[in-house]
Structures are given as C-alpha cells and as structure tokens.
Write a protein that binds this ligand. Structure first.
Ligand code: IMP
Ligand code: MG
Length: 179
C-alpha cells in the first residue's frame, strides 16, 4: 500500500486530516471550552466507540476540573446510517444539575445526537452542550445547536481517530476518506 493510503475490508482510503491537524483542532476546542465554561466543573460524556480518542485527548488539553463518562450507542451499518439508534452501554453516572458536554466524533444526519439529547435531558442536567470533532453540514437534519465544531467536511465517508468502517480503522492516527 502506497504512502498515505490504507486498505480496510474491500476499500482503499486516502489520508485526509493529519494527526497534526487533529491535534491543533483539539487544542483550539479545549481553549474555547475553557473560556466558555469558566467557573464550572463540567461532565464530558464521550459517545462510544467513535469519540473515545477525541474525548481523552480533549480532556488532557483542558486546564480545568472536570469529570468524564461514556455512553455507548450504534446506528451505522457499514457506510450508511441505519436511522435507528441502539443504546449499547448506558451512562453509569449521575448528571442531575451538572453542566454536561456531550462529545461526538462526527455528526452526520444528526440523528444519533438528537436521540442522545433526549436521553440525557431526562436525567435533568443543569445544561447540555454538544461538541463534535467533525460535522457534515450538507447531511445534517437535526434541530439542535452544535456548540463546538472541530471541522466541517463534505458528505464523504471517513475513518480513523476513532471512526470505523465495519469495525476497522479506529486505531489510525490520521483521518482518511474513501476518495
Ligand atoms: P448520525 O446519526 O447520522 O449523525 O451519525 C452519527 C454517527 O454515525 C457517528 O457517531 C459515527 O459513529 C457514525 N458516522 C457518521 N458518519 C461517519 C463516517 O463518515 N465515518 C464513520 N462513522 C460515521
Ligand atoms: Mg460516533
């Protein structure tokens, strides 16, 4: 396989966003959060499995006291969203009256986060914000505000830095795309 390319299952992916660029994005978002959430002690909730690297890198950049939790959902099958969100791992912590930031790897149609907002609002947090590393504005159909966006991308399938194609590719340091 030539440099900057990776094979996963039946497809070849090319490098798209380098680890250095990801790191710069993560630092920028951490800075935005520090200034907006000053005086708070937020709870960051990473969406498993995709957001695991983003949330752990982000929290190590944050110069503030905070908590970390995870919630596990799935909606994708291969390269298309099934449209149905399944709860695989419920949140194992109390968020009542807390400042909560939901942390996603990528917001595509927006359905997963829409579903998660409903699920988390039932637990009566003080506030609920949404952060995502990547955002596909042309696919988005949600009706909520995304408070922190790492980078907008076109409607192309991506893998790496937590994101997978049928289970593979999550461990790649860079983000790759199908074209
Ligand atoms: P949504 O519900 O359509 O917004 O999709 C969100 C979820 O689908 C994300 O949490 C990802 O796990 C997954 N997803 C969306 N787009 C991609 C992609 O391009 N590559 C890998 N996973 C994706
Ligand atoms: Mg995800």
């Amino acid at each position: 396989m030539s440099a900057g390319k990776v094979a996963l299952h039946d497809k070849i992916f090319s490098i798209y966003i380098s680890a250095d660029e990801i790191s710069a994005i993560v630092k920028r978002i951490a800075g935005e959060m520090e200034s907006e959430l000053v005086g708070e002690q937020p709870v960051f909730i990473g969406v498993l499995n995709g957001a695991v690297f983003f949330v752990t890198d982000l929290l190590r950049e944050l110069q503030m006291n905070c908590e970390m939790g995870f919630i596990g959902v799935s909606s994708y099958e291969g390269m298309v969203s099934s449209g149905e969100v399944k709860l695989n791992a419920p949140l194992q912590m109390d968020i009542k009256d807390k400042v909560v930031v939901l942390v996603e790897d990528i917001i595509d149609s927006g359905r997963t986060v829409q579903w998660l907002i409903k699920e988390l609002e039932e637990k009566q947090p003080k506030s609920l914000k949404v952060a995502t590393l990547l955002y596909k504005p042309d696919a988005f159909k949600g009706d909520y505000k995304i408070d922190y966006i790492g980078r907008e991308i076109p409607n192309d399938f991506v893998v790496g830095y937590g994101m997978d194609y049928d289970g593979l590719g999550r461990n790649l340091k860079d983000i790759y795309t199908i074209i």
